[in-house]
Design a protein around this ligand. Sequence first.
Ligand code: SPV
Ligand code: MG
Length: 434
Amino acid sequence: MKVAYTCFTTELIHAGHINIIKEACKIADKVIIGCLSDKAIITYEKTIPTISEEERIKLYNSIPGVNEVVIQQDAFYNDIIDDIKPDFILHGDNWKETPMNSIRSHVKNRLEEYGGAVIDVPYTYTEEVRKIDLLLREKLSMPEYRRKRLKKVIEMCSLIKIMEAHSGLTGLIVEKTVVQKDGKFEQFDGMWISSLCDSTAKGKPDIELVDMTSRFRTIDDIMEVTTKPIIFDGDTGGLTEHFVYTVRSLERMGVSAVIIEDKKGLKKNSLFGNEVIHTQADKPEFCEKISAGKKAQLTDDFMIIARIESLILEKGMKDALDRAFAYVEAGADGIMIHSRRKEADEILEFCDKFRSKDKTTPIVVVPSSFNAITEEELAEHGVNIVIYANQLTRAAFPAMKSVCEDILYNHRAKEVDDRLMSINEIINLIDEIV
Ligand code: SPV
Ligand code: MG
């Protein structure tokens, strides 16, 4: 008896899926559909379907020609190949393209070990299929789906990686950049709306000068073209009476988390350290702000993360830890600990001491200064979220400045051309949605 297998992640069946099943029925006696688990989808595709595994299983079972539906736990099909040993694994031939081609070649090699075969079914490029693909993507960008994804990802992945974005274009870069390493995909889990980069993009200092209306406009520009979760840098959160409104607005927009730092008065960027005057908020006062924010939020999805500035302000480890436990007690859904030392030693000491008492509250770090430490090492010390807070801004600025200088120097643009994206690439960069 020949067994054909195909794996689905979809939540809407279209002509392309029906075609694959039809092809499977032609060559096999039994057709099994794999429903890729939420965990595998989150780990490899950095997305999550809007319907549950159970609902997807029910949906796939209802397709004529399907004999059985199973859960597939591994995006690289190892569990399925070990357990079922299908004679054929069918997939749309779009998996010959990067990044999916690494899965295809892995599956092909494993099937060849016992005489099985990969069948590439020509992808169904109809208008209906294109519209459904677009619709599913649009749905993922809706506030109710986007907002809750951060909590899900934290729950399912040992470490999550967030990159700063300050415009639609940088949002798109964070959304779409994928690299393959050791047969796996690497991509960012979400975006950080940095106060430093949002202010810098507007030519303004990072002192809470760019007002919330303008910061929300940046979020909206990014949300219009992406689906990944967003963590907002809320600076000090402002007055408690204002912060509660900010929480409501962010939640309504579909932002997943806000991080507020325990400073007051005129806020300066933390990376100045004690070179400038910053004032740390009193512990009870900041606890009150956290609690007020938690009371104001309307869903369980939204997170308020408390950022501790004690190490930046050289107030000592004990102060940092006392504040961390107090902030969690006040309702904080996570703790961000910051440092501007080159070495990660004080961050790791904080994480170890915090984790010895609190095993679950997510820890966030921003390794801008202590940039030699790897994500894996941070995860070993209990870190859950790594934020790359300013690298896109810092990458773009020198590149743009040197192009300006060279055009001024040469009185033409020819000399800089080989450093530039082609006109063709730039006009094709943005997908049209209709
Ligand atoms: C930001 O990106 O604006 C931050 C992180 O707040 S840091 O600049 O390191 O303070
Ligand atoms: Mg900031």
